[in-house]
Design a protein around this ligand. Structure first.
Ligand SMILES: Cc1cn([C@H]2C[C@H](O)[C@@H](COP(=O)(O)OP(=O)(O)OP(=O)(O)O)O2)c(=O)[nH]c1=O
Length: 195
C-alpha cells in the first residue's frame, strides 16, 4: 500500500509533513495532477472546488498505476467573493484586480480535499471566512511586485506577506494555506478503516 499526494503545491507537502506525514517518516509519493480547471457553467463554487479535488486525486491515481495499492490525496483551494470564484491570477494585472476586489471585504476560502484508492473515494469541504483590511493602490502594487500572489488563489498568501492584509479569520488556517489538517486526518482514518 502506498500513499500519494497528487499536488505540485509546496504548501500541501509541508502541511502533510506538519500532520506527521513526512516523506522520510511516513513514506508517501508525490505526483503532479494535470486537469482542466475550467468551471462548468452550471456548478456552484462548492461543487466546483469539490469536483476539482476529486479529479486531482483521480488523475493522481492514474499516474500511480505502477504502485502497489496506491491511495491518492488531492486538494483544491479557491477564494470566493459574493459568488465570484477567484483562482490563481493569470498575470500581474489579474492579481491587482483580485486584490482590489478583496480590499476591505470579507471573502470565503473554500478548500476541498479528496482521497481515493479507485474503489472508495472520500472527500471533505472546508470553508473559512477571511476579512481583509483596506489596501491602497500602493500596497497592492508593492505586493504584486513581490511575486508572492502569482501561484495562489485570490492572489495572496496568508502564510507570508499577505498575512499583513488579514484582519481576521474564522475557520481553518491550514485550509486557507491549501490543506485542511482536521479533514485530511479524517479522510486518512476513513481510508485506513477500509483496508
Ligand atoms: C488563499 C491562499 C491560497 N494559497 C494557495 C494554496 C494552493 O496551493 C493555491 C491554490 O491553487 P490550487 O489550484 O488549489 O493548487 P496548486 O495549483 O497550487 O497545486 P496542485 O493543484 O498541484 O495541488 O493557493 C496559499 O498558499 N495561501 C493562501 O492564503
Amino acid at each position: 500500500m502506498e500513499w500519494v499526494l497528487a499536488s505540485t503545491s509546496p504548501r500541501r507537502k509541508e502541511l502533510l509533513a506538519q500532520a506527521g506525514f513526512s516523506q522520510a517518516d511516513f513514506s508517501f509519493q508525490l505526483v503532479a495532477p494535470d486537469i482542466d480547471e475550467t468551471p462548468l457553467l452550471t456548478e456552484t463554487a462548492e461543487q466546483y472546488v469539490c469536483r476539482l479535488a476529486v479529479e486531482k486525486a483521480q488523475a493522481g491515481l492514474v499516474l500511480s498505476a505502477h504502485m502497489m495499492a496506491p491511495k491518492v490525496l488531492g486538494s483544491d483551494t479557491i477564494v470566493v467573493l459574493n459568488n465570484l470564484i477567484l483562482g490563481k491570477p493569470i498575470d500581474q494585472d489579474d492579481a491587482k484586480r483580485m486584490l482590489t476586489l478583496l480590499s476591505g471585504q470579507t471573502h470565503e476560502v473554500m478548500t476541498a480535499v479528496a482521497l481515493t484508492d479507485g474503489e472508495h473515494t472520500f472527500s471533505r469541504l472546508c470553508r473559512t471566512q477571511v476579512s481583509f483590511c483596506e489596501l491602497s493602490p500602493a500596497d497592492i502594487d508593492a505586493y504584486v511586485a513581490s511575486g508572492e500572489p502569482m501561484d495562489k488563489a485570490g492572489a495572496y498568501g496568508i502564510q507570508a506577506l499577505g498575512g499583513c492584509f488579514v484582519q481576521s479569520i474564522n475557520g481553518s488556517y491550514s485550509a486557507v494555506v491549501g490543506l485542511p489538517l482536521v479533514e485530511t486526518r479524517e479522510l486518512l482514518a476513513c481510508m485506513m478503516q477500509q483496508t
